[in-house]
Design a protein. Sequence first.
Length: 183
Amino acid sequence: MKQLIHGELKYDHLIGLEFDHGTRDCYEMLRSIFKYNLDIDLSPYARPDDWWIQGMNLYQENFHKEGFSVVDILPDMSNLRILDVPLIGLPDARSPAKTVTNHCAIYVGNGKIIHHRPGKLSQEIRYAGLYKNCTTCVVRHKDVPDLLPKDFKTLDVLDYILPHKRELIMRALNDRNSTEAKD
C-alpha cells in the first residue's frame, strides 16, 4: 500500500487558484492531489465545455478505470476517509432536467473538502449544504491508505441537535449555499 510522499497530506498549493476548465478545474485538482501526495497518476480526459449539458457523464463513465470504487457511506457520510472523493451532481440552470455527476471534491478530514468550481477560486470548505446534499456517490481509490489513527473517532455535531432544530439549521445552510453558488 502506498504511503504519503511528504508524510502528511499537503494541498495548500491547490487553494486559491483561478478556474480554467480542463487545466485548473475540479478534476485537475483531484489529479494533482493524488500525484503530489501518493504518486498516483490519474488519466487526463479531454472534456468539452458544458459536457454535462451535452449528455456526457464523465465521472460515472471513468472512475472505475482509474482505480476508484463506490463506498457505501451515504446518507450520513460518517465513515468518510481522507482522500475519499464525493462525486456531485450540481444543478445547472441552463438545463435543470439534465443533472448528472458533474463535479468532484476531495475530502481532507475534519469535515472539510477541497474543490474548484467555475467562476470561483479553488477552496477548502466544510462538506455540508449543497455539496453534501447533491452528492451522488463517494468513491475511494484502491491504493489510498486509511490516514486516520485507528482510535480516532469522528463526531457530527448535528447528531446532538434535536431533529426539528437540525432541519432548520440544514435548511438555512442549504439556502446560504444556494445563494453562494449563484454568485
